[in-house]
Design a protein around this ligand. Structure first.
Ligand code: ADP
Length: 633
């Protein structure tokens, strides 16, 4: 049983700590069963490997046994024919054992590759089922490490650890049987020192185990730093804040910690091996001595050949014993690896299709929030008793201070998160009862953080509608106010965007993502601060693209720009996770509440600065050029 200790440490991020506490790293029958369940599909190949291992172990031991014949039958009897025969036989079996070894390696590698292939696919599809919560609370570096190096580790476990355990055990058993057959007294004398090694091995194993976990944690830390600081936005931040030195120091510190741990890890058990090596030479001497005593003092019929065979076989035992002792550590390490992977598999899929999920034939698009409560974690309630109705064909603007819960509200509609209490319904059906893919097809979100995949504009558009025609794409781009730009590009729709291609501005990306949503043509459009963080010209272009959608489609917009808000049928003012006020702009302005405050601090100021707002708009909303917003109080 492996020594206790925490598994994995912080490498799973905050999310896993509870699981880690529950899952102390014990090699339970369940764990083994689970590990072997991955081998099961390859039973036939495994049997083949096993046969290969048995045959090659036997054949590789045969020359040792044949040494006796070479001595007794050939050299001592001066029989040249017998000598040549046994020498040739020895060489032949050695060659056969090596050839079988080649086949074994091939089958082994094949099995390992297939197991990791299965595991990777399973892990990827599992990760895709994880809710947004998982991705916001786990470090991307950790997730990638699970997918890549941990699963790669499994490959090594199958090709090295498992097969080494098998072949060493089999070699050991065959060698022991052969020795006892020759002479049980000498066999006992030789073998008796072997168990003495197992005691310090356990200690060495324990130390290695601790170090392995520690170095894995530091490794994750280093990967985390690399992922954070060597990304495009990470580097931008580092550069703009002049944090190069700070980040270097942080990296150097973690890197240095790793050196120390790696050295310690390599050295763990090294002293013990020194003792082992010394003992290795004691064994043969004991056999010669005991053999001599038996032959000289007790008139035993032992031959020189027999003693040589015993010494040779004992010599063949140390390596497997040595490997098996090291394997104990490897084994524990492998189990830790599997455990870590299984821990990931065991993270429950918290947002999934209900067993009785429905997929309505026709949709209208009414969305109703009823007494919705929500929190990301127990410590802080984010939404409290949210109630509102979005009628099909109408639009709602959500405004409120930053951090008040606006994005959280809209995230509940496509079930990026599930409510804690109350309900969100779509066409009268609780979203938790709707088929997830169906639901998400009904909702199109354009957020402030637009994400375009590395690839062409065309590929990005087809992501939303794989069968879109050229005309449809051009039309969507026109509606999104970006066609002029795309048309000007040498390759047009086939222009590469993203890290490897054309660098787009925030506004351009935003408009392409709007085109993508137009192509998707969902029942409900959600614009989450789509125009914030942009210059006013970009804003205007986006505004022009969004306006017709807001006026004609069921939509929700989170906005900071007055003219966007004005286009909506109703305005919800969110403050501290509750709807503080609701109504039209005029009604709300008259109320002297949160909205008016927001209006005075944000909207009208923005309005005054916008040369893109029509005079008519300014007139309607009672703002005259040059007016200070608060002057009318
Ligand atoms: P808004 O859109 O009004 O700016 P959000 O809905 O984004 O506000 O956030 C509301 C609150 O929830 C904030 O206090 C924010 O820190 C918190 N929050 C947002 N996303 C997460 C998350 N993934 N995990 C934990 N807390 C979050």
């Amino acid at each position: 049983m492996p020594p206790g200790g925490r598994m994995g440490g912080p490498m799973g991020g905050q999310y896993l700590t509870e699981e880690e506490k529950k899952n102390q790293p014990k090699v339970t029958p369940e764990l083994l069963k689970r590990v072997f369940s991955y081998l099961k599909p390859y039973t036939k190949q495994l049997i083949l490997v096993l046969i290969c291992i048995i045959v090659s172990s036997f054949f590789s031991l045969l020359p040792s046994i044949l040494t006796g014949k070479i001595l007794d039958e050939g050299l001592l009897k001066k029989d040249f024919k017998a000598l040549v025969f046994y020498i040739a036989l020895s060489l032949a079996v050695t060659l056969i054992a090596s050839l079988i070894g080649v086949a074994e390696t091939y089958i082994n590698t094949w099995i390992a590759q297939h197991i990791t292939f299965d595991m990777r696919n399973q892990m990827y599809s599992h990760l895709q089922m994880m809710s947004q919560k998982f991705f916001t609370s786990n470090n991307q570096g950790d997730i990638i490490t699970r997918m890549t190096s941990d699963i790669d580790g499994v490959k090594a476990v199958v090709t090295n650890t498992f097969s080494s355990i098998l072949s060493n055990s089999i070699t050991l058993i065959i060698a022991m049987i052969a020795m006892f057959q020759k002479n049980w007294i000498l066999a006992l004398v030789g073998i008796v020192i072997v168990p003495i090694f197992t005691v310090p091995t356990r200690k060495a194993g324990k130390q290695r185990w601790k170090l392995t976990n520690e170095s894995q944690q530091v490794n994750d830390e280093v990967n985390g730093i690399l992922n954070e600081t060597l990304s495009v936005s990470g580097q931008l931040l580092v550069k703009l804040f002049g944090k190069e030195k700070y980040e270097y120091d942080r990296y150097e510190k973690a890197n240095r910690k790793m050196i120390g741990l790696n050295i310690k890890e390599s050295m763990a058990g090294r002293w013990f091996r020194v003792v082992l090596t010394t003992f290795t030479s004691v064994g043969p001497m004991l056999i010669y001595l005991a053999g001599g005593i038996l032959m000289m003092k007790y008139d035993s019929d032992l031959t020189i050949g027999d003693i040589t065979v015993l010494v040779s076989l004992l010599g063949r035992m140390y390596m497997p014993v040595n490997s098996l002792l090291n394997i104990q550590v490897e084994w524990i390490r492998s189990m830790a690896l599997f455990k870590r992977i299984f821990d990931y598999f065991d993270i429950p899929v918290d947002i999934k299709n209900a067993d009785d999920a429905v997929k309505p034939e026709t949709v209208t698009g009414d969305v109703v929030f009823e007494h919705v409560e929500f929190s990301y974690d127990e410590s802080k309630k984010i939404l409290k008793d949210i109630n509102f109705t979005l009628k099909a064909g109408s639009s709602i603007a959500i405004v409120g201070p930053s951090g008040s819960g606006k994005s959280t509200i809209v995230n509940l509609i496509p079930r990026l998160y599930d409510v804690d209490a109350g309900s969100v319904t779509f066409d009268g059906i609780d979203v938790r009862k709707l088929d997830l893919t169906f639901l998400r097809n009904q909702v199109g979100v354009v957020s402030q953080e637009t994400y375009l995949f590395n690839g062409t504009i065309r590929e990005n558009l087809l992501y939303a509608k794989p069968d879109a025609t050229e005309d449809e794409m051009v039309d969507a781009l026109k509606k999104a106010n970006i066609w002029d730009f795309v048309e000007k590009q040498e390759k047009g729709l086939d222009t590469e965007v993203g890290n490897r291609g054309l660098k787009l501005s925030g506004g351009e990306k935003q408009r392409i993502s709007i085109a993508r949503i137009i192509l998707k043509d969902p029942t409900i459009f959600i614009f989450d601060e789509a125009t914030s963080a942009l210059d006013s010209i970009s804003e205007k272009k986006i505004q022009d693209a969004i306006d017709p959608i807001i006026k004609s489609k069921t939509s929700i917009l989170i906005a900071h720009r007055l003219s966007t808000i004005l286009a909506a049928d109703e305005i919800l003012v969110v403050k501290d996770g509750t709807i503080a006020e609701r109504g039209t702009h005029k009604e709300l302005l008259g109320r002297e509440g949160v909205y008016r405050e927001l209006y005075e601090t944000q909207f009208s100021k923005a309005l005054m600065e916008e040369d893109t707002v029509s005079e008519l708009e300014k007139y309607i909303w009672g703002v005259q050029p040059g007016d200070e917003p608060h002057e009318d109080e």
